[in-house]
Ligand binder design. Structure first.
Ligand code: A3P
Length: 304
């Protein structure tokens, strides 16, 4: 039977603090089991994000990129019949569920996983191996709005909604899924500066602005750059089109299907834009978030 570690502390109704970060209990149980049992391989690729930073998009892109020989873009492509979250599983709540220890040893290399686990909590075997991490973050204002909307969407109707103000105050105090948001981002930012061959640091906002440059960059980093033939055949654009918000969000599977873990697929597709915070946050909220961001990132060289 799972028991919470002594150093974890509970807040509100469902988040627990563990090793300096807040997690839903379901994720926390998985994190601890994963920390104890995950055996990394030097060839593993891990996608890491802060929640609501574009994980669904990154999973779709990297899956398509890495498996483009096995699954050429066609009517049978797995993304057309499965949500990206069922193709690239989260370590902490899709593979390591509660006390379950999955057998990952039979998976072919390179294995591809995803996680929201903060850098300080990733399993030791991952830190010891020649891992490659692709980290994606997003500006805190859009991340916050997206998270607030997502949490309300997944909440049972009878439980009512989380108020914007209350959720905002908690986010600013660092109390959010895998929060404090800024600490999560900064730890991976620092690691990417120290070990650029191990950690590729990406921003959602940049990916939206310049998707082709970012896709080529991911391909180079993962060791599967586009050949001249692939470039000439328009493969970069094809992958981006397949994984675009417009395409994925309109697929039947993502409009009405459910993940094998039970969540509605459509909850992962809302607007897919930069700047929706302008429609939700007050001037005071914007000032407060900007101030925290400036203070937290000061001297790091990172701008969000
Ligand atoms: P919004 O709520 O701002 O629309 P995550 O995948 O980490 O849960 O993040 C979800 C956010 O990414 C949502 O943002 C969602 O709409 C957006 N998103 C999902 N798929 C996307 C895609 N293919 N391209 C761009 N954004 C996408």
């Amino acid at each position: 039977i799972f028991s919470l570690p002594k150093e974890s502390g509970r807040v509100a109704s469902s988040l627990y603090k563990y090793q300096g970060f807040w997690h839903p209990v379901r994720h926390l149980q998985g994190i601890i089991t994963c920390q104890r049992h995950f055996q990394a391989r030097g060839s593993d690729f891990i996608l890491i994000t802060t929640p609501k930073s574009g994980t669904t998009w990154l999973k779709a892109i990297v899956f398509t990129l890495m498996k483009r020989m096995q699954y050429p873009i066609s009517q049978d492509h797995p993304l057309l019949s499965k949500n990206p979250h069922d193709l690239v599983l989260f370590l902490e709540h899709r593979l390591y569920v509660d006390n379950e220890i999955p057998d990952l040893s039979s998976m072919n290399s390179p294995r591809l996983f995803a996680t929201h686990i903060p850098f300080s909590s990733i399993p030791k075997s991952m830190k010891d191996s020649r891992y490659k991490l692709v980290y994606l973050c997003r500006n805190p204002k859009d991340t916050f709005v997206s998270m607030w909307q997502f949490c309300n969407k997944l909440r049972p109707q009878e439980s009512g909604t989380h108020s914007l103000g209350e959720t905002f105050d908690m986010f600013c105090r660092g109390v959010s899924m895998a929060g404090p948001f800024w600490d999560h981002v900064l730890d991976y930012w620092k690691e990417s500066r120290e070990n650029p061959h191990k950690v590729l640091f990406l921003k959602y906002d940049d990916m939206k602005e310049n998707p082709t440059v970012n896709l080529r960059c991911i391909a180079e980093f993962l060791g599967c750059p586009f050949s001249n033939e692939e470039e000439e055949s328009g493969m970069v654009e094809e992958i981006l089109q397949l994984c675009s918000f417009g395409n994925l969000s309109n697929l039947e599977i993502n409009r009405s299907g459910k993940l094998s873990s039970g969540e509605d697929n459509e909850a992962f597709f809302r607007q897919g834009k930069v700047g929706d915070w302008k429609n939700h946050l007050t001037i005071e909220m914007v000032e407060k978030l900007d101030q925290i961001t400036e203070q937290k990132l000061s001297g790091s060289g990172l701008v969000l």
